[in-house]
Design a protein around this ligand. Structure first.
Ligand code: SF4
Ligand code: SF4
Length: 148
């Protein structure tokens, strides 16, 4: 069996000025376009109506049924003991949420029988790398009150 040698075409010679002009034309075109970026955090993005992220919890409405923990597909919810008076939650257990692994699937919101846990438009939840988990009490607070 013989092995053929494939002929390689010589690259076409290009006129250097054409590349420069086409590059400048591209830059010029973008000069007059509206930027796609925002000066965050001074400017806030216009979020779509269905956008959801930060999860909140109404402590008084949570009955400690653990359904949210069971339905969470990636173990982002763990039940925690919280000693507070709540006749609806005799076991005194409430969910926390790890926002580092939460995929915003909304399963927890949909399964909650009392609408105690729900997702909102709030997305600014910056924390340190090892501290993405919000305790049940932190889930109940406004975001600006949560210790970063
Ligand atoms: S939104 Fe989904 S991933 Fe996030 S905590 Fe709820 S069930 Fe878990
Ligand atoms: S937040 Fe809702 S689903 Fe989760 S334990 Fe409380 S009542 Fe049950």
């Amino acid at each position: 069996m013989t092995i053929g040698i494939k002929e390689v075409e010589e690259p076409r010679r290009r006129v250097p000025l054409v590349g420069v002009i086409s590059g400048m034309a591209t830059v010029g075109k973008h000069l007059f376009q509206k930027p796609v970026t925002l000066k965050y955090p001074e400017e806030k993005p216009d979020l779509p109506e269905r956008f959801r992220f930060r999860i909140y919890l109404k402590l008084d409405d949570c009955v400690g049924c653990t359904l949210c923990e069971q339905v969470c597909p990636n173990g982002s919810i763990k039940m925690q003991n919280v000693h507070r008076e709540n006749p609806r939650n005799k076991r005194m257990i409430y969910p926390d949420v790890n926002f580092g692994t939460c995929t915003v699937c909304r399963n927890c919101e949909e399964i909650c029988p009392t609408d105690a846990i729900y997702l909102t438009h709030v997305f600014e939840t910056s924390r340190t790398r090892n501290n993405f988990t919000y305790s049940p009490e932190e889930l109940a607070m406004d975001e600006d009150k949560v210790k970063k």
